[in-house]
Design a protein around this ligand. Sequence first.
Ligand code: MRU
Length: 336
Amino acid sequence: MQHIYFDEKKKVLKLLDQRYLPSREDWFECAGTEDIVYALQQMVIRGAPAIGVTAAYGCVLAALESGGTSTWEATLEKNLELIEHARPTAANLAWAVRGMQDAWRSKSIFSSEELADFWLQEALSLHQEDIRINKMIGAHGRELLDSGDTVMTHCNAGALATGGYGTALGVVRAAVEQGKEIRVIANETRPFLQGARLTAYELAGDNIPVRVACDNACGLLMQKGLVQKVVVGADRIAANGDTANKIGTYPLAVMAQRHGILFYVAAPFSTFDAKTPSGWYIPIEQRDPGEVKYMAGQMIMPRDVDVYNYAFDVTPQELISGIITEKGVFAPGELA
Ligand code: MRU
């Protein structure tokens, strides 16, 4: 599934608009920094590795639009800042923007046009590398699944959340490709419904058996013995292994421990943030209250009542059975 595509002729980035899936397959075009920031903040595209890939292409657009004056480098710096800070929690965002800047510093490039050309090649290879890494995560992770397992997952850590293939769903895909019989329970993931809308859409498209459950059904489903493993993605992994992922992941981990179910995180090293000592220091995004107050355009609670809309929570490392990366499976404390 090619859901991120740079049109070299038109010099625009095309993104499959995840706000409307699965009802409509619309494409959103980004022509410059403002569009990239909008796409990231409004979740046209989301998921930590996909955010990183988009940001890398965003650097190309930022270079193209900052050209033509003697102060293009200052304009570019400002645009890169805007991209880097579009969302606070996913480590891959700053990792990608800084990676592009570091690559530039190692070259003698003196014009914005030249830089845009160079960065386009960098972005294309970062994108391909992300897919390759996901397949390696899948190859390591599939050894942890047994044929007949039902895997519960939260949010969407699939092809749509990455350059392609997926992290948590990459593990499922790789196990299925190996001939294992795997079923998935996709938690619906209030309020943006990434599980119901995106995970179910992706897996059904691949003919992998999937059922959607309300987030608050996880205790019952585990109690009934309907879940053998939990595999989720990550937005930022701190040095001690504490892991930020979509809101609702932490209670899932607590519930998994209560029921003796293995709880795995699947993520590339680009999500690992060695400079953040523990989960306590991970910035947690708070989003528009309207996402909670409305459902399908309908107000579902009294207008003046406040809500909490934290987009992520942190699962303490002691609840994580293993972190599946492109370099193998690690105990959370081993990553650093
Ligand atoms: O707010 P989102 O949809 O960007 O949150 C996404 C998640 O929490 C994913 O699980 C995480 O980014 C891993 S994606 C491979």
